[in-house]
Design a protein around this ligand. Structure first.
Ligand code: FUC
Length: 744
């Protein structure tokens, strides 16, 4: 539970998030004028119909030969500054749009106290996914409760007091845009409008019910409750967005919004709330982490400011809370039926959020989903898959128009309107490896869950088409005859070159996984042959340089004093699987990572937790977690880049899981990177690749008991200090449960 002794003083640092995937609200808990910042995830400006025009980021007027010209110059000159390349290949972006705040729900409470006293408490309960505000006023204990229900498709809230007739408020909708009408009738408030930029239609309906008292509709589009014992509201919202190329428009939201709000308002408040909590807990309760924490009864902002990164139980309580908060946020911002979690999940208070609160794909969108499989929330990847699938068609067009080849491609910045091309910001515009990287999560979904139906229908077609792109776009490097990505750009860093480490590692990962999948599914030998031939000649993207570092580029250009936030050349260590701990490559990765230091943006620190965990250095992984909590975490425990950016929350949750369990190359590693500050503990319900659910208990820094439950018949090596020689072969049967205790 997160809790505070005062209302939120600002949205970014202090509001508390609830979400149903499609809908989100940030709770302020203000006393006299309660505020809920509202979100509906598809409310985006830009795209088709945008006043600025829109072309998906494709080349509107392709300059013939520009791409080959850059490739030739890179062959001749070795490197080109980003501005020089952007001048050739960049294109001004039009109609990209931005994620829009939906508006705000205001509840003005006449006679409510102006300032909180000692009785005030504002909380977010992670297990029940309820936000509450409690306070005592004029002898009555007041309770407000809010939730966002995925099964109900509504945001609900209830205000009550332990004395009759005390509940009175006026509820209204406000927005920073003036593109809507709000009309109240009976117990219903209806908001309708269309975004000025692109005509996207939106609607929200709010119904207010009471026990005792009355509801009055006001001519100004507000609803007033007086003299009630309890009052509750239900809110549904939607837009006519659809993830369908090229128009991105679907049904008017009116019918669905009406159905959702009327269904929810027809029954009791408790029925809707309890269905929500059941739905949430079915996901959330799967993983329980105990690192010896004892959550003291101090507000979360104080817990955070007192955090030292030491081994005290309050510090561990914050760490365990942060782990579970990442899972909470993923459930709240990524459920089937809407878009995936964006740079801010689903929460946004602005019409011009940072980076449009979009879907960056040179680390950010991928990082959002790192915790999904291992922390047993595989269902949350459904909207991610949809999003990736929806980009294939426009991405195919970009591949054809920009590169003249088959396959599909996207670059670093993507939006829900199929923006798959480039823009002209020189250090961020070029990243055709993104499509390949985006398919990695889909293959992971298969590796964890094991459904060949999923592999055949969903993951493999996207992977294969991304592989087709690279089979057609790799070039022979005149320096050594190996196949390289050119132009290649290590995200947001340095010069353009041919064969940058990350480019090569991503393509290697894609082609390897695609080949594995092709073998699993029995795809045509000719295609497999092409993959094998390319892999034989592919530059590996793994080189050690003059100071023992893993090179970020094909030539030794790394500066040991460079602390850039992206550590792209370690992709093969994480999220890739090619660099295994204990190898010379891992040593080189460690040299690079050590030089990069422990600083960086929130997400950069989160990535470093994962890296150090993969290097089996639990103490350094823990130090990165501590750095993130001390310097990149806001009082509401949102990660801050700065500004607020949710990828760091998800990356940290993934990193903590990686400290406790890893599973690559048919080996399941129990407690691979346990830090000294977590000597006792247990974790239940993590997932390992190959279809295992894993529970581990440890004491004195060593495993005491592990239970692996197999969902498939499968042989795996289990690595643990439980075993006399450090490992054991497990021949698991589907449904089998295998318990291990120390072999003396
Ligand atoms: C990437 C990062 C930035 C930021 C942006 C949203 O481009 O390099 O730091 O996180 O995404």
């Amino acid at each position: 539970m997160l809790h505070y002794r005062a209302p939120a003083a600002g949205w970014e640092r202090e509001s508390l998030p609830i979400g149903s995937g499609a809908l989100g609200a940030s709770i302020w808990g203000t006393l006299a004028s309660e505020r809920l910042t509202l979100n509906e995830k598809t409310l985006w400006t830009g795209g088709p119909g945008s006043a600025q025009g829109y072309d998906f980021g494709n080349w509107t007027a392709p300059r013939p030969g520009a791409l080959d010209g850059v490739r030739d110059r890179l062959d001749a000159e070795g490197a080109l500054g980003p501005d020089a390349v952007a001048a050739e290949l960049g294109q001004a972006r039009r109609g990209y749009g931005a994620y829009q705040v939906f508006g705000e729900l205001r509840l003005d409470l006449p006679g409510a106290p102006a300032a909180p006293d000692a009785s005030y408490r504002r909380s977010l309960h992670l297990r029940t996914a309820l936000a509450t505000v409690t306070y005592t006023h004029e002898g009555a204990a007041h309770t407000r409760e809010y939730f966002a229900s995925h099964p109900g498709g509504v945001i609900g809230g209830r205000l009550g007091a332990d004395r009759p007739g005390r509940i009175a408020f006026t509820l209204r909708y406000t927005s920073p845009r003036d593109d809507f009408t709000a009309a109240a009738s009976g117990d219903r408030l209806t908001v309708r409008g269309a975004l000025e930029d692109n005509g996207l239609r939106f609607e929200a309906q709010i119904r207010v019910r009471t026990a005792g008292g009355t509801v009055t509709a006001n001519p100004d589009g507000s609803l007033t409750v007086t003299g009630a014992d309890r009052a509750w509201f239900l809110l549904a919202a939607g837009t006519d967005y659809a993830d369908s190329y090229p128009d991105y428009r679907g049904e008017d939201p009116h019918r669905k919004v009406t159905a959702a709000v009327d269904t929810a308002a027809a029954g009791s408040y408790e029925k809707v709330r309890d269905a929500h909590t059941r739905d949430h807990r079915a996901l959330f309760d799967r993983v329980v982490l105990d690192i010896g924490q004892q959550l003291p009864d101090v507000p979360t902002d104080q817990l955070l400011s007192a955090y030292t990164g030491g081994a005290g139980s309050a510090d561990r309580a914050l760490e365990a809370l942060f782990f579970q908060y990442g899972r909470y946020l993923l459930i709240a911002s990524s459920r089937a039926g809407s878009l995936p979690a964006n740079l801010q999940g689903v929460w946004n208070n602005s019409t011009t959020p940072p980076w449009s609160a979009d879907y960056h794909s040179n680390i950010n969108l991928q990082m959002n989903y790192w915790p999904a499989e291992v922390t047993n929330l595989a269902e949350t990847t459904a909207p991610y898959d949809r999003y990736v699938q929806a980009m294939r068609e426009p991405g195919r067009r970009t591949a054809k128009e920009m590169f003249g080849t088959a396959g599909w491609v996207v670059h670093n910045e993507t939006n829900p309107y199929g923006f798959t091309g480039v823009h002209d910001w020189s250090t961020a515009f070029w990243f055709p490896e993104a499509a390949a990287w985006l398919t990695q999560q889909m293959y992971e979904h298969y590796r964890f869950g094991g459904s060949t139906d999923y592999l055949r229908s969903t993951a493999y077609p996207a992977m294969k088409e991304a592989a087709e792109f690279w089979l057609a776009n790799l070039r022979t490097d005149p320096r050594d005859g190996l196949l390289v990505v050119t132009p290649g750009y290590s995200p947001e860093h340095g010069d353009f070159t041919a064969g940058a480490a990350m480019s090569q590692q991503i393509v290697h990962d894609l082609l390897t996984s695609t080949l594995e999948a092709a073998r699993t599914l029995g795809d045509a030998p000719a295609f497999r042959g092409r993959l094998e031939a390319a892999l034989d000649r592919l530059d590996p993207g793994l080189r050690t340089g003059s100071w023992g570092q893993l090179q970020e580029w094909k030539t030794d250009r790394d500066d040991p004093a460079d602390t850039h936030r992206h550590v792209s050349h370690l992709f093969a260590l994480h999220p890739g699987r090619r660099i295994e701990a204990g190898t010379a490559w891992a040593e080189a990765a460690k040299v690079s990572l050590t030089a990069r230091g422990d600083g960086g943006t929130g997400w950069s620190k989160a990535w470093k937790i994962n890296f150090w965990a993969r290097l089996l250095d639990g103490d350094h992984a823990h130090r990165m977690l501590a750095e993130q909590l001390k310097n990149s975490t806001l009082p509401n425990l949102w990660d801050t880049h700065p500004p607020f950016q949710i990828d760091g929350n998800f990356g940290a949750t993934s990193g903590i899981a990686e400290m406790l369990l890893q599973s690559q190359h048919d080996t399941i590693d129990l407690l691979p990177a346990l830090p000294a500050s977590w000597p006792e503990g247990s974790v239940r319900g993590l997932r390992a690749r190959g279809g295992f659910t894993v529970d581990i208990a440890w004491a004195g820094g060593a495993a005491r008991r592990a239970v692996l439950t197999a969902s498939r018949t499968r042989t795996a090596t289990v690595r643990s200090t439980l075993f006399a020689n450090g490992r054991k072969t497990l021949r698991a049967r589907a449904g089998g449960r295998y318990t291990f205790t120390p072999e003396s």
